[in-house]
Design a protein around this ligand. Structure first.
Ligand code: THU
Length: 139
C-alpha cells in the first residue's frame, strides 16, 4: 500500500526533531515541507545564546527549500514538544513562521499538518491559522 503523504511528512518531521538544537528552551521542533515538485525539505529549531537569532523548524525547512531554488510549497508537517515529554501535543507555528509561509504559498490551499504522531494529526489551511494576512498580493 502506498503510504499516505501526511504520514510520510510526519515521520520525516519526527526524524528532523531529533536534530533540534534547543539547549535554552528544551522545546524540540521538527518540520517537513513538501514542495509542489515533490521534493521534501526538513528542518529543526536552532536556538542561540543571544536568543533572538533563534530560527524555528518551519523556517529552517522553508529557507532550505528557497535557497535550493524551490519556492512552491504544497504542505508542511510540524511536530514539537519538550525534550522529556512522553507524548507530543499539537505544536502550532509562531506568527513569524506564518508570515514567512504567506510569502510563498496560496493561503487557501497550503496545508499545515499539526501532528502528535503519525496517527494523530490535524490539517489546517494557512488562511485558517492566519486570517487577514498581509502578503505579496497586497503590494
Ligand atoms: N519553535 C519552533 O521551532 N516552531 C514552532 O512552531 C514553535 C516554536 C521553537 C522556537 C524555540 O526554539 C522553541 O520552539 C521554543 O519557543
Amino acid at each position: 500500500m502506498v503510504e499516505k503523504m501526511e504520514k510520510k511528512l510526519i515521520k520525516l518531521a519526527l526524524e528532523a526533531r531529533k536534530k533540534s538544537y534547543a539547549p535554552y528552551s528544551n522545546f524540540l521542533v521538527g518540520a517537513a515541507l513538501l514542495c509542489k515538485n515533490g521534493e521534501i525539505y526538513t528542518g529543526c529549531n536552532i536556538e542561540n545564546a543571544a536568543f533572538t537569532p533563534t530560527n524555528c523548524a518551519e523556517r529552517t525547512a522553508i529557507f532550505k527549500a528557497v535557497s535550493e531554488g524551490n519556492t512552491q510549497f504544497d504542505k508542511i508537517a510540524i511536530v514539537g514538544g519538550k525534550k522529556d515529554a512522553q507524548s507530543l501535543d499539537y505544536c502550532t507555528p509562531c506568527g513569524v513562521c506564518r508570515q514567512v509561509m504567506t510569502e510563498f504559498v496560496d493561503v487557501d490551499n497550503f496545508q499545515i499538518i499539526l501532528a502528535k504522531n503519525e496517527n494523530e494529526y490535524k490539517v489546517y489551511s494557512l488562511n485558517e491559522l492566519f486570517p487577514l494576512n498581509f502578503g505579496p498580493k497586497d503590494l
